[in-house]
Write a protein that binds this ligand. Structure first.
Ligand code: GAF
Length: 390
C-alpha cells in the first residue's frame, strides 16, 4: 500500500474511533470508475469496458452481533444514523444511508447472517459526476461485510448483491457495470465484461507507457439515475427486444442490424435505441481487438463514434458534454466521448501526452466562453479494484 493510502486508512480509522469509541476491525476501499466504451449496454446483456479510478470510498468498519447498524459519513453533515437490521425495508430511505443499508438488506435477503456493524465512510469519488460514487459506496460495504462475517463471496457475487440493493432497496434501475468495475478491476487494466454471464477479461491498458493520457472532464452538471430518463431508455430497450423476439438486445447480431431495424416498423424511438445498443456492443469488441493488437491510438475514432451514437440515437448527452468532445477533438485529441449514464456528469478525452495541456486549456476556455461552470479536469490512471487496506 502506498504511503498516501496508509495515511488515508489511518485518518478514517481515527475518526471511527472518535465516533464509536474503539478501533475498527478493519479498513476497506472501493474505487469509482470511468467507462472506456460500452454505454447503456449493461442492462441489455451486452459488453462494457470500464476501468477503476484512483478515487475511492474508504470504510472503517466493526462487526456487531446485536442487530444494530450504525452509519456515518465524513462527506455528509449530521450525526451517526442508527438502524435495526431486521427493520430494513426497500424504498423506505431516501437519504445516502440507503446505499450502505441496502447492501446489508441485500446480503440478509440472500440468506447471509449479517448481524450489524458500525461503519464510518469517507469518499474521494466526485459525487454526481457519473463516476460511480454510489457503486463504490455499495461495494466497500459489501466487501467489509464479506470479510467480517466470513461470507466467502467472490467479487462478481458482491457486485450482483450491490446491484440488487440499488435496484430494489434504493429504487434505481441500473445495470451491473459499475458495481462489477468497482469490485473486480485491476490496476493497469481495463475490464472487458460480458454483462450476461459476468465473464471477464483484464485488458492491459497502460497509456503512459505509450505516450498518451486519458483525461476525465467533469462538466459539473449533476446527473441522477433515480430520475426518469434512465428508466425510460431501459424500458425502450426492453420494448425493442420484445418486438424483435429476443431475450435482450445483445441477441441482435450486428450483421443483421438493418433487417432488425426494418422489422421495427414505425417505432422510430425504439429503432434509435436499438441501433445504439447493437452498434455499441460492436464498438466494445472493436476496441478490445485494437487494444489486444497494440493499436491503441486507433481506438480514438471509435470513442467518437460512440459519443455520436449516445448523442443522436440514445439522446442522453447535453451541451456541456458535446462541447468537451468537440473542443477536445479540435484541439488535437485522439478521441473523446461522454462516459457513464449521461444527462451531465463526465466525458473522457484520449490525447497524446504532448497535447494534454493544450486540450485542457481549450476545454476550459470554451466552457468560460459558453458561460458554463468551470469543468474539473484530471488524468485517469487505471487503478486497483476494491480491497482491504488494513
Ligand atoms: C450508469 C448505470 F449505473 C450503469 O449500470 C450503466 O447503465 C451506465 O449508466 C450506462 O452505461 O452508470
Amino acid at each position: 500500500m502506498s504511503e498516501s493510502s496508509e495515511v488515508v486508512a489511518e485518518s478514517v480509522a481515527e475518526r471511527f474511533q472518535q465516533l464509536y469509541g474503539g478501533a475498527p476491525d478493519g479498513v476497506w476501499a472501493a474505487p469509482g470508475r470511468v467507462n472506456l466504451i460500452g454505454e447503456h449496454t449493461d442492462y441489455n446483456d451486452g459488453f462494457v469496458m470500464p476501468f477503476a479510478l484512483p478515487h475511492t470510498v474508504v470504510a472503517a468498519v466493526s462487526r456487531r452481533t446485536d442487530g444494530v447498524l450504525r452509519l456515518h459519513s465524513a462527506d455528509v453533515d449530521g450525526p451517526v444514523v442508527e438502524l435495526a437490521v431486521d427493520a430494513l425495508a426497500p424504498e423506505s430511505d431516501k437519504n445516502w444511508t440507503a446505499y450502505p443499508s441496502g447492501v446489508v438488506w441485500a446480503l440478509r435477503e440472500a440468506g447471509h447472517a449479517v448481524t450489524g456493524a458500525d461503519i464510518h465512510l469517507a469518499s474521494t469519488v466526485p459525487s454526481g459526476a457519473g463516476l460511480s460514487s454510489s457503486a463504490a459506496l455499495e461495494v466497500v460495504v459489501a466487501l467489509a461485510m464479506n470479510d467480517l462475517f466470513g461470507l466467502g463471496l467472490r467479487g462478481w457475487q458482491l457486485a450482483r448483491l450491490c446491484q440488487r440493493a440499488e435496484n430494489v432497496y434504493v429504487g434505481a434501475p441500473v445495470g451491473i457495470m459499475d458495481q462489477t468495475a468497482s469490485a473486480c478491476c485491476e490496476a493497469g487494466h481495463a475490464l472487458f465484461l460480458d454483462t450476461r454471464d459476468l465473464s471477464q477479461r483484464q485488458i492491459p491498458f497502460d497509456l503512459a507507457a505509450e505516450g498518451m493520457r486519458l483525461l476525465v472532464v467533469d462538466t459539473r452538471v449533476k446527473h441522477s439515475h433515480s430520475e426518469g430518463e434512465y428508466g425510460k431508455r431501459r424500458a425502450g430497450c426492453e420494448k425493442g427486444a420484445a418486438l424483435l423476439g429476443v431475450d435482450a438486445l445483445r441477441d441482435v447480431p450486428f450483421a443483421d442490424l438493418d433487417a432488425a431495424l426494418a422489422r421495427l416498423g414505425d417505432e422510430e424511438e425504439v429503432r434509435r435505441l436499438v441501433r445504439h445498443v447493437v452498434t455499441e456492443d460492436e464498438r466494445v469488441e472493436r476496441v478490445v481487438s485494437l487494444l489486444e493488437a497494440g493499436d491503441t491510438r486507433a481506438i480514438g475514432p471509435v470513442l467518437v463514434e460512440g459519443h455520436a451514437s449516445l448523442r443522436d440515437d440514445f439522446r442522453i448527452s447535453c451541451p456541456e458534454l458535446d462541447l468537451v468532445v468537440d473542443t477536445a477533438l479540435t484541439a488535437g485529441a485522439l478521441g473523446a466521448r461522454m462516459t457513464g449514464g449521461g444527462f451531465g456528469g463526465s466525458a473522457i478525452v484520449l490525447a497524446e501526452e504532448a497535447d494534454v495541456l493544450a486540450v485542457t486549456k481549450a476545454v476550459e476556455e470554451a466552457f468560460a466562453q459558453a458561460g458554463f461552470k468551470s469543468p474539473r479536469v484530471f488524468e485517469a490512471v487505471p487503478s486497483a479494484g476494491a480491497r482491504r487496506m488494513r
